[in-house]
Design a protein around this ligand. Structure first.
Ligand SMILES: NC(=O)c1ccc[n+]([C@@H]2O[C@H](COP(=O)([O-])OP(=O)(O)OC[C@H]3O[C@@H](n4cnc5c(N)ncnc54)[C@H](OP(=O)(O)O)[C@@H]3O)[C@@H](O)[C@H]2O)c1
Length: 262
């Protein structure tokens, strides 16, 4: 990318909340012009109100990612960067994984980001180069029960990060990924129920979520869960890091190190 002070045109998916919103806020802070994607139009409009930005409400499981990229590039007058944050997780133990749930997670977490990246790279190549950051997960390489479909989607995304980087490097388009650990967003504030288990009452759900998060916090050498801003910081670094491509950077407070047990 060009010098850090230049205004860039950036497409950010998943910008309505969580990590994607923190990325978008950090980019707005430094003066970039954004095209923001998610299903929640009102949240996107609230995020970029009053600026020269583009709101593109879309369902990445259904809508055509390539058309979204073209609309973003046309409205912004080019595209320098893509940050693909939108993602979903549906917990299910082996034996309870359905084709629909597997396909939903692959559609949003793998198919859409790859098609977005491919189309964005075309616009970037025309402009002389660009930078793409995809959001993976430590679950791609660190197995946790009930996440087979999600892990498969993120593992595929990491593999795609490397091949995209290899093919696009000569065109001056860099492709990297971040792999967050446990980041305190809506995504981790759900109860993981097993097949056949009754849906917990709201009060039970809250206390189970608190217990889940406390147990997770204890696994982190840094002693806390991550924040969306922690991830945004690494995304912005990768967007500008001219000699980094094809890498997956863990942003996990040391979670992947394990518990130090032999
Ligand atoms: N939180 C974590 O611990 C964690 C850890 C590792 C990786 N990640 C990854 O980080 C990324 C962001 O997660 P998060 O924690 O910020 O989750 P989140 O708070 O649940 O936000 C998810 C974002 O994705 C968007 N999204 C979901 N389905 C979509 C669809 N079909 N079409 C368009 N947009 C869609 C949502 O917007 P709408 O609902 O408005 O559509 C929202 O903006 C995901 O890729 C996730 O897999 C998260």
């Amino acid at each position: 990318m060009s010098e850090a002070s230049a205004c860039r045109h950036v497409l950010v998916t998943g910008a309505s909340r969580g990590i994607g919103r923190a990325v978008a806020e950090a980019l707005l802070e430094r003066g970039d012009r954004l095209a923001v994607v998610a299903r929640d139009r009102a949240a996107l409009e609230g995020l970029v109100a009053g600026g020269q930005h583009v709101v593109l409400p879309a369902d990445l499981a259904k809508d055509e990612p390539r058309a979204l990229v073209d609309r973003a590039a046309d409205a912004l007058g080019g595209l320098d960067a893509l940050v693909s944050c939108a993602g979903i997780v549906e917990y299910a133990e082996v034996g309870a994984i359905t084709r629909d749930a597997l396909e939903r997670q692959l559609a949003v977490n793998l198919v859409a980001p790859v098609l977005l990246a491919q189309r964005a790279a075309r616009h970037m190549q025309r402009a002389g180069g660009g930078s793409i950051v995809l959001v993976s997960s430590t679950l791609a390489t660190r197995p946790v029960p009930m996440t087979t479909a999600y892990a498969a989607s993120k593992g595929g995304l990491e593999a795609a990060t490397r091949t995209l980087a290899l093919e696009l490097g000569p065109a001056n388009v860099r492709v990297n990924a971040v792999a967050p650990g446990v980041i305190d967003t809506d995504m981790v504030r759900v109860v993981r129920t097993r097949a056949g288990e009754a849906t917990p009452t709201p009060k039970d759900a809250r206390s189970r979520i608190d217990a889940q998060l406390a147990a997770l916090r204890a696994l982190h050498p840094r002693g806390r869960l991550g924040t969306p801003a922690d991830v945004a910081e690494s995304v912005l670094h990768l967007l500008d890091a001219d000699y980094m491509t094809g890498t997956v950077v863990a942003v996990d407070g040391g979670l992947s190190l394990g518990e130090g047990k032999p």
